[in-house]
Write a protein of this length. Sequence first.
Length: 229
Amino acid sequence: MIVILGAMDSEIAEFLSVMEQRETSVWQGIEEHRGLIDGHRVLVSKTGVGKAMAAMRTQHFIDKAAPRALLFTGLAGSLKTDIRIGDTVLGRDLVQHDLESVVLGLPRGQIPFTEIRFLTPDPALLARATQYQPPEGKVHLGRICTGDQFITHREMSSHAYLHQELAGDAVEMEGAAVALVCSLNAIPYLVARTISDMADEDAVSNFEEILPRASQNSLALVRHLLAGM
Ligand code: ADE
């Protein structure tokens, strides 16, 4: 079984449109769909937005489905001028950007009383994903920064640490939470994001505009990964 997640309905709609033999159940008010994509047994669901929802539902799917891999796709804001709207960012590593215990002498993103800061995905999934040729845009390997905050131009203090302390490439709201739960459970995972905005003053309108195209990109990438599994 392979678990395929996104944060919102619109981020998983394309997966559902190609799923065969679909069976749907509901847990805590959110639908989860089991079936086949290109002959592979998959479970597709949204997590809901933000780190807490993402972590809770990732653990639920691991407990319930014991997946051999977990793939998380969706949208992200870019933190680099050469990573443009429509491009794909594969999480080379992921960090919780809003986890901050500087007073304890820890660098931003480090979980206190652990060595955990940057989380790295399954090397084989990442290697296969780098061979993905998208219909448009480029594929980047990058650092995905996750926090419970939609970043626009107004979040200047966040921009400062996202760039300076973390050297981030993309920003979103679930990836590092999913990565943390998967790595603690030793489940191979990959987080891949399509860039919807430049985390600036146009972020909200760009985000809404690109949703359908981004979801098609996510499906194409996941199909590429499934073909190698
Ligand atoms: N997801 C897509 N764009 C984002 C942004 N600018 N901030 C946080 N999450 C996002």
